[in-house]
Design a protein around this ligand. Structure first.
Ligand SMILES: Cc1ncc(COP(=O)(O)O)c(C=O)c1O
Length: 387
C-alpha cells in the first residue's frame, strides 16, 4: 500500500529512467515521452548541458536565503527580461506561486481586488489561483472561493467591455488554454483585453506557465500577437524539471513589490537557477525557436494526413509543439490506447488528446509518434467494429 494521498489518479506505467525523448519503465519497456512532465521537459530528460550546470552548482553552493545577492538569479532574470519588454523578475517555485504573486502585485499596485479570468482556464491550486481558475471540478468540496474572481467566456472580445472596469485589478488570460483543451486565443480577443486594461488601469496578466519558454515557437507565447502584457507568469519549462516559477513585470511595479512585500524561502534557489540559466541559453535562440515552429507545423500536417479518414477525430490544433487532437470518443480510453503503443500522451479538457513533445525532439521521433497514434486510432476503430 502506498502512503501517499490519492490526489492523483496515476497511469499504470512506472518510469525509472529517462534520456532525451524516451523513458524506460520498471518492466524494461521503452516509451516515447510526449507528456514531457506536462510541458516541463522542454529539452527532454537529463539534457547534458543542464545536467552539467546543475552538477557544477551542486558542488558549489545549494542554497542561500534571498537576503543575499545571487549572480545566478541575476543571470536568469537578465535572460528573461532580455527576451521581451519586461525589466523585473520575482522568482518562486511553481506556476501557482507565480500567479499568486501576480494577483498580489496587481491588487497592491491598483488598490483594487476584482479579477477577470476565463471559463475553462487553469491557473493553479492555491486558494487564490484555484479561485481564479474557470473550472468547477477543481473547486469541488473546498467551500466558498475568493469572491473577487469573475469567469467569463474565452475568445469573446465583444463581451469584455461589460466586465472590465475601474474596479478591476487585473485580467488573467492564457494565450493558449492548456488544461482547458489546447484552445488558442484570437488576436482580436487579446487586443481588446489589452485596450480595456489600458483604459481602466487594470493589469493585463498573461499566464504563460504552460505555453511559455519556447513551447509555442516563441520565447513567450504572447509574442505571437501584437500585445504587451503588464505582467507575465512562467514556470514548467523554465527549469526543465527543477522547480522554478517567475513573475515578470516592469519599473512601474517596483514600489508595490518593494522590500518585505512578498517572498519565498526557496524561490530562486541556486540549483534550480543553474538549470534555468542553461535552459534559457539553449531555448532563447532564434534557430532553436524557428525549429520548434517548423517541427510543430510538420507534426500537425503529418497527424492530419495520418488521421484524415479517422471518424473519431474532430480537430487537430495547437501552436508550436503544444498540440491537441480533439476526439468524439472517451478520452481516457484513447489515452490508454496510445500508451499501449509505447507513446506517452495525456488529456486536456474533456475530449482532447494533449501532445507535448520535448522541444528538441527529432523529426524521426515525430514520425514515430505519428505512426503510434495512427495505430492507436486504428485499434480503436477495430474494437468498435468488433463490438
Ligand atoms: C496555465 C497554467 N497556469 C498555472 C498552472 C499551475 O502550475 P503549477 O502546477 O506549477 O502550480 C498550470 C499547470 O498546469 C498551467 O497550465
Amino acid at each position: 500500500m502506498s502512503n501517499l494521498f490519492p490526489t492523483y489518479s496515476r497511469y499504470d506505467i512506472k518510469p525509472v529512467e529517462g534520456k532525451g525523448s524516451y523513458i524506460t519503465d520498471d518492466k524494461g519497456d521503452k516509451y516515447l515521452d510526449y507528456v514531457a512532465g506536462i510541458a516541463v521537459l522542454n529539452l527532454g530528460h537529463c539534457p547534458a548541458n543542464v545536467e552539467a550546470a546543475v552538477i557544477d552548482q551542486v558542488k558549489t553552493l545549494w542554497h542561500m536565503s534571498n537576503l543575499f545577492p545571487s549572480d545566478v538569479q541575476d543571470s536568469v532574470a537578465s535572460q528573461l527580461t532580455g527576451a521581451a519588454h519586461f525589466t523585473r523578475v520575482f522568482f518562486c517555485n511553481s506556476g501557482a506561486e507565480a500567479n499568486e504573486a501576480a494577483i498580489k502585485l496587481a491588487r497592491k499596485f491598483t488598490g483594487r481586488s476584482k479579477f477577470i479570468t476565463f471559463q475553462d482556464s487553469f491557473h493553479g491550486r492555491t486558494f487564490a489561483t484555484m479561485s481564479a481558475t474557470g473550472q468547477d471540478k477543481i473547486k469541488k468540496g473546498f467551500g466558498e472561493m475568493l469572491g473577487t474572481f469573475l469567469h467569463i467566456p474565452y475568445n469573446q472580445p465583444e463581451i469584455l467591455k461589460d466586465y472590465i472596469d475601474e474596479d478591476t485589478a487585473g485580467v488573467i488570460v492564457e494565450t493558449v488554454q492548456g488544461e482547458g483543451g489546447i484552445i488558442p486565443a484570437s488576436e482580436e480577443f487579446l487586443k481588446e483585453i489589452e485596450n480595456l486594461c489600458r483604459q481602466t488601469g487594470a493589469a493585463f496578466i498573461v499566464d504563460d506557465v504552460q505555453a511559455g519558454i519556447g513551447r509555442t515557437g516563441k520565447a513567450f507565447s504572447f509574442q505571437h500577437y501584437d500585445i504587451k502584457p503588464d505582467l507575465l507568469t512562467l514556470a514548467k519549462g523554465l527549469g526543465n524539471g527543477l522547480p522554478v516559477g517567475a513573475l515578470l513585470g516592469d519599473e512601474r511595479f517596483i514600489d508595490a513589490f518593494g522590500s518585505g512585500s512578498h517572498g519565498s524561502t526557496f524561490g530562486g534557489n541556486y540549483i534550480a537557477m543553474a538549470a534555468a540559466n542553461e535552459v534559457l541559453h539553449t531555448i532563447f535562440q532564434e534557430d532553436f525557436l524557428r525549429e520548434v515552429t517548423e517541427k510543430g507545423e510538420y507534426f500537425r500536417a503529418r497527424l492530419k494526413e495520418a488521421l484524415k479518414d479517422s471518424e473519431q477525430v474532430v480537430d487537430i490544433r495547437g501552436k508550436g509543439l503544444l498540440i491537441g487532437i480533439e476526439i468524439n470518443i472517451p478520452i481516457a480510453d484513447m489515452v490508454k490506447k496510445v500508451h499501449a503503443q509505447k507513446l506517452l500522451v495525456l488529456s486536456a479538457g474533456t475530449n482532447v488528446l494533449r501532445i507535448l513533445p520535448p522541444l528538441n525532439t527529432t523529426y524521426e521521433e515525430l514520425d514515430e509518434a505519428v505512426e503510434k497514434i495512427r495505430t492507436a486510432f486504428a485499434s480503436d476503430t477495430a474494437s468498435i467494429s468488433a463490438e
